[in-house]
Write a protein that binds this ligand. Structure first.
Ligand SMILES: Cc1cc2nc3c(=O)[nH]c(=O)nc-3n(C[C@H](O)[C@H](O)[C@H](O)COP(=O)(O)O)c2cc1C
Length: 190
């Protein structure tokens, strides 16, 4: 990616949110993000999750999960999350951080749950909980859908773009309030 005018490119943070939304919608590379939680003894835990949708204006990201998975309990105890999206084709890294809400009822939850296609149900209705020891006598699917919607309210975004062939690299930081309004944008040394 060749950046001709960095001020033009980075001062409008909305272009990054639009790009991330496009990757989610069109199943491009940044759709597969890495999200953190804090596990026992304060140790960080990371996992890949699919970005299902995004509200660019509100800076809200949505992911799906099994409500019995370890990360759900970890986020319920400590809702802070660092998330990473990386585009290999653009040599671009997005580091996002903010607070997680686990939604298991309400309009947003119903909409997401109703939008699941039948083959997606098997991601949320295994008899054994995710992470438990496999036991072939108990494996299989149940009638219960343990679906949860994970909402990340982003309060900080940091973009790093590496340019090939010795060209300048760029690092910018964006701070948001709890409604997703931009409070401050800052250019940083890469
Ligand atoms: C390509 C890929 C996409 C994944 N997408 C999701 C996802 O959208 N939601 C999810 O809960 N787990 C997803 N997983 C599985 C998680 O990375 C993780 O292994 C699982 O959720 C258990 O995490 P936990 O034990 O930290 O709760 C994905 C894994 C891969 C490799």
């Amino acid at each position: 990616m060749k950046i001709e005018d960095p001020l033009d490119f980075f001062e409008d943070d909305m272009s990054f949110w639009t790009k991330l939304a496009e990757h989610a919608r069109e199943q491009k590379e940044m759709q597969r993000m890495v999200l953190s939680s804090v596990g026992t003894e304060g140790k960080p835990q990371l996992r890949t999750m699919i970005l299902r949708s995004l509200k660019p204006r509100e800076k809200t990201l949505f992911f799906y999960t099994d409500s019995r998975s370890d990360k759900v309990e970890q986020w319920q105890k400590k809702p802070f999350c660092e998330a990473l999206a990386y585009s290999h084709s653009n040599l671009m890294q997005l580091r996002l951080s903010g607070n997680i809400k686990i939604l298991e009822q309400g309009d947003l939850f119903d909409q997401a749950k109703d939008g699941l296609v039948p083959h997606q149900h098997k991601d949320y209705n295994s008899k054994l909980a995710p992470g438990s020891i496999y036991d072939s006598s108990q494996a299989g699917l149940s009638e219960t859908l343990n679906f949860a919607l994970v909402q990340l309210q982003v309060e900080h975004l940091e973009i790093l773009v590496l340019q090939p062939k010795g060209s300048e690299h760029f690092r910018w930081s964006y701070q948001y309030d709890k409604e997703g309004h931009l409070l401050k944008s800052t250019r940083l040394v890469p």
